[in-house]
Design a protein around this ligand. Structure first.
Ligand code: SF4
Length: 348
């Protein structure tokens, strides 16, 4: 049977043609309003139907719990053996899911574990929604230490570049917002700078938050770290991000992974501050989570502090993010990298 999350919510009736019409509504309600881990929990459906149902288009290949129970990371494996990562992060009274939009990624950012393995395929809208549903079901039935029993935030910041999978991303957003009832304001789409995608997203009806993964503030360094910058250079990216913020009246965030000796200099801090002020953006600094296949190291803590202080001193709001799940390889693409490495390969 086709996994139910791969079926458009409006077409669920087609898989239960021999049932009364309200059955499709019941199914939709379970899938999108009260997600469960196991169809056996769908207690108002007939038992023989529950036994036939397949909910998720993947199985859990690996689950890791870190940060004292506050972070859960899943490596989901699809039927065609593609790996998808999602990370659930619990905070007091909140829970954020970081989900994947592609299996692999073609953009090849040098510091990124996903980029090191190239592109496998686009994720279907249903595969993105299923990650959200799985996390909701997990929060309700198992729970995450200290967190709410439901998702409060969703960030498209896992494997893949969401705006390079626009059609499926859009459909996933529609299902999450309009069928699941999730607030668009609590959803963040992160991009390394697909300018036409930013413009298309600005034309959508939802006030989604945009995060620009900048990582470098001049074209020469940025083209080295984030090769798509050669196609959409900084000036174009900043202009499109500015248009987005104005169209949506939403504050942007700028993500900046701090790499020791690469983009943590005073000069980069000053250039970053200028861009952030122009965009009225909040800056999130994230010390690099080292990946097994790269020599790059995170900036040392005193350098992180000095970089943050320097950007702040120009009047920019800056947050230094903690590395969630560092003990469980929670950075983008890392669990998958490890699953592909020969056994026993030591970390750099
Ligand atoms: S950082 Fe994002 S866009 Fe860049 S290679 Fe990794 S997944 Fe792709």
């Amino acid at each position: 049977m086709t996994p139910l999350y791969l079926i458009e919510p409006e077409r669920l009736g087609e898989i239960v043609p021999d049932h009364p019409r309200y059955r499709a509504d019941q199914l939709r309600d379970w899938l999108y309003r009260r997600p469960v881990l196991d169809p056996a929990e769908m207690t108002d459906l007939p038992k023989d139907l529950r036994r036939r149902l397949v909910l998720y288009p993947f199985r859990v290949e690996r689950q890791q719990v870190g940060d004292g129970g506050a972070t859960v990371k899943w490596l989901f494996r699809t039927d065609d053996a593609k790996d998808i990562e999602a990370v659930l992060m619990g905070y007091p009274g909140r829970a954020t899911l970081c989900l994947s939009s592609q299996a692999g990624c073609a953009l090849g950012c040098t510091f990124c574990a996903t980029g090191q393995f190239g592109f496998e395929r686009q994720l279907d809208a249903g595969e993105m929604v299923a990650q959200v549903a799985y996390a909701q079901a997990y929060l309700r039935s198992v729970g995450v230490h200290g967190a709410s029993d439901h998702l409060t935030n969703i960030v498209f910041m896992g494997m893949g570049e969401p705006l390079a999978n626009y059609r499926n991303l859009r459909e996933a957003l529609r299902r999450i917002i309009e069928v699941m009832g999730f607030s668009a304001r609590a959803i963040t789409v992160s991009t390394v700078g697909i300018v036409p995608g930013i413009r298309r997203l600005a034309g959508e009806p939802w006030p989604i938050r945009l995060a620009v993964s900048l990582h470098a503030a001049d074209d020469e360094l940025r083209s080295r770290l984030v090769p798509i910058n050669r196609r959409y250079p900084l000036e174009e990216l900043v202009a499109a991000a500015d248009e987005y913020a104005r169209a949506k009246r939403r504050r942007l965030s700028i993500e900046w992974t701090l790499i020791d000796g690469v983009n943590d200099t005073d000069d980069q801090a000053d250039r970053l501050a200028r861009i952030a002020l122009r965009l009225r953006a909040h800056v999130n600094l994230i010390p690099l989570n080292p990946t097994p296949l790269s020599q790059d190291r995170p900036s040392p803590p005193d350098r992180v502090e000095e970089f943050a202080r320097r950007v702040r001193s120009r009047g920019v709001e800056v947050t230094v993010r903690d590395i969630r799940g560092a003990d469980i390889d929670a950075a983008c693409g890392q669990l998958r990298v490890r699953s592909k490495l020969p056994a026993g390969r030591p970390d750099h």
